[in-house]
Ligand binder design. Structure first.
Ligand code: SF4
Ligand code: SF4
Length: 109
């Protein structure tokens, strides 16, 4: 398998590049939240802080929420909602366009 050159390694965008993706966001309803901390445990992106028995989304730069909805599904109090989906930006946006369809040899199929 061909190896990438150093220049290619630098120039080719990756999912770890914050310029290429925009993380999701969730909101907490503190009137409903009981402070059980289960949302913190379940988050696969480790994006929920828990301080003073209150969950909150980590600040921009540390938040890697993928808007999976696991925390919403698990919360026993119905206190969480996803307010923003995970989105591709810049270069990755070009591979995120159009409806999904099976691969084809012909560009316009
Ligand atoms: S799972 Fe729900 S009730 Fe428990 S801490 Fe998270 S938001 Fe609060
Ligand atoms: S939607 Fe998924 S990734 Fe985002 S905070 Fe909830 S569990 Fe974590």
């Amino acid at each position: 398998m061909a190896e990438f050159s150093l220049l290619e390694k630098i120039l080719i965008p990756t999912y770890n590049d914050p310029a290429q993706i925009a993380a999701g966001e969730v909101e907490f309803d503190y009137e409903k939240c009981s402070g059980c901390s289960m949302c913190v445990e379940v988050c696969p992106a480790d994006s929920i802080l828990f301080e003073n028995k209150k969950p909150s989304l980590k600040p921009s730069g540390q938040n890697e929420c993928i808007a999976c909805g696991d925390c919403v599904a698990l919360c026993p109090e119905g206190a969480i909602r996803v307010t923003k989906g995970y989105r591709y930006t810049k270069y990755f946006r070009t591979i995120d366009q159009g409806a999904p369809k099976p691969p084809s040899l012909f560009a316009d199929d």
